[in-house]
Design a protein around this ligand. Sequence first.
Ligand code: FAD
Length: 302
Amino acid sequence: MKIKDILQQRPTVSFEFFPPRAAEGIPEVLQVIDQLRAYRPDFVSVTYGAGGATRRFTEEITIQVKGQVKGEAEAAAGLEVMAHLTCVGQTREEVHDVLVRLEQAGIENVIALRGDPPRGQTDFVPAAGGFSHASELIQHIRSRFQFGVAAACYPEGHPQSPDLQSDIKHTRRKVELGADFLITQLFYDNAHFFRFMERARKAGIDVPIVPGVLPFLNAAQVRRFTSLCGAKIPAALDRELDRLGGDDNAVRELGVEYATRQVQELQQWGVPGVHFYVLNRSYSVSRILDNLGLPGHIGPAK
Ligand SMILES: Cc1cc2nc3c(=O)[nH]c(=O)nc-3n(C[C@H](O)[C@H](O)[C@H](O)COP(=O)(O)OP(=O)(O)OC[C@H]3O[C@@H](n4cnc5c(N)ncnc54)[C@H](O)[C@@H]3O)c2cc1C
């Protein structure tokens, strides 16, 4: 089923995983996905690595989960799979071949991304014969395939965008070219999301926009992630992280509490779903969904 159709029916809960570095790690990822299926996510997704073997693992995990679900008639109504795909380091033909394999495996949903520059490089340089922007990939998918298509957006602006206006212009282009819905980058201050929604709607972006929420696990991690993606840590949260310092358990609990409150406020506002960056750990997301009370159903749609 296309995720855009699920979004029309109910507010979604979705979980994002990343592929392991080595093939031996695949069963562990599948195990976490399995554990979290108790929360009846509407879809799960697996990120696309910067290169090499992890990309094959992304395909493998995505296809395996889809295969499992297809084999379970009852569950099939309750879980979809979305493959991540980027333009990094691949020609158009190579990207096309990935799409063909996903299509052959029965995958119905793809999130089309440009991708970040590989480690050690600061600027994104398209591969010779490759796509330069996510919009080009979306256009390619729309002209050749039947996938449901998602794209990324940035409540605080993409770090390479010169300003919020050009950021929203390029986001709108992705929707004009065929993105059915958008998933946001992580953010820790809902005010950024609410302001982004205003800008997006004013610019005529009318597709569902699902906030991405990352329950942080430790202080170093949240500081690293936010600095990489250009999200700000609110001052009060920053002070709490300083205060708890190196006590990882306390910071993880704070992450659960913080994300619970963040999602409650987003629910009240009426978001069409919530996408959790799970980081391949079930603990925090399970706790948050338990706190929210209704696993798999997180409030009324706006
Ligand atoms: C939900 C989500 C999932 C993600 N999954 C992955 C993943 O699986 N693997 C991975 O490597 N990364 C992933 N990322 C990170 C993402 O790849 C990076 O943020 C990347 O830097 C931008 O990707 P994009 O698809 O938004 O790119 P684009 O939409 O191409 O935008 C990139 C930059 O170029 C600008 N731009 C766009 N079009 C034009 C144009 N025509 N002319 C000039 N400038 C333009 C934009 O404003 C922006 O600054 C994910 C991000 C999100 C939010």
